[in-house]
Design a protein around this ligand. Structure first.
Ligand code: ZN
Length: 283
């Protein structure tokens, strides 16, 4: 029996019973794990900005995939509101866990599934802090080596390799400097959750900092003079760009998921980011 609604239904892990999970075809089931912290995003965006956007992007990616590959099963795991964001904890609302905790959560989820024969896991995060990625990537390597799981984190390699800038519409300013709660994220939220964007964003001055500079290492946002908690130019925010950016994110997740499944080479973090995660002490 073919049920149209069923084809596009998102299967949520928490709604299944173990019998249903047991019946799933191990070779045709892919799990999606959204994981991004509660973190201050300036005076104008909610602390769940990364959390909400990545959960929605994973959901839309699954909708696409359900249509594209009806022979397969895509399952959305519950979103994890955790991540490393110590540098912004001098604002209320930021909740930081250690990179090790991120690693343990991702590894525990993956290995619990792998112990029952599941093979595919997509880690979905919008939070790009190095200590956060260190946790995710060390869990991924362990899942690959100990459980032969096929795991990937699609957004980091895309974000850190200038591909957004290469594909985005011409804007006349450098979006690479829009690091945190700036033009990009404010645009995304204006598109996805306009009622959660405080109107004050229109009057926020542009503030830039290079967070990759060695001088800023270990400093908190306030120690860097970021007294409002954003980096970039939120006042430029534009819902159309937000729509485009959200669609781009969904496409990256769809493509990387299928490439992983089809055994194609999937993008990796650029060398300098891998080195940065290796050099960083667990914190
Ligand atoms: Zn963010």
């Amino acid at each position: 029996m073919k049920n149209k609604d069923h084809d596009f239904k998102i299967i949520k892990f928490e709604e299944l019973n173990w019998k249903q999970i047991e019946k799933l075809d191990r070779n045709k089931t892919i799990f999606f794990l959204p994981i991004s912290p509660m973190e201050e995003h300036g005076p104008h965006l909610p602390i769940g900005t990364d959390y909400l956007i990545i959960r929605d992007a994973a959901t839309d990616a699954i909708k696409f995939l359900n249509k594209k590959r009806p022979d397969m099963t895509f399952i959305l795991l519950p979103s994890n509101p955790v991540g490393y964001c110590k540098f912004s904890t001098d604002f209320p609302g930021s909740i930081s866990v250690s990179g090790k905790t991120v690693r343990d959560i991702v590894y525990s989820v993956g290995s619990s599934l792998a112990n029952h024969g599941f093979k595919y896991l997509i880690i979905c995060t919008y939070h790009m802090a190095i200590a956060h990625l260190k946790g995710i990537y060390s869990a991924m390597r362990k899942l690959e080596s100990k459980h032969s799981m096929k795991v990937c984190e699609p957004w980091g390699p895309f974000y850190y390799s200038n591909q957004i800038e290469k594909s985005e519409p011409k804007l006349g300013f450098d979006t690479k400097k829009e690091v945190h709660a700036g033009f990009r994220e404010t645009s995304l939220m204006k598109y996805q959750y306009p009622y959660l964007v405080d109107e004050s964003y229109k009057n926020l001055q542009s503030i830039y900092r290079d967070l990759n500079s060695p001088r800023v290492l270990g400093k908190t946002f306030k120690q860097l003079g970021l007294n409002e908690g954003y980096i970039g130019s939120p006042a430029r925010a534009d819902a159309d760009y937000g729509r485009w950016f959200f669609g781009l994110t969904v496409n990256v997740f769809v493509k990387t998921t299928l490439d992983l499944y089809d055994g194609k080479k999937i993008p990796e973090l650029p060398k300098h980011i891998i080195n940065a995660t290796r050099l960083l002490f667990w914190q």
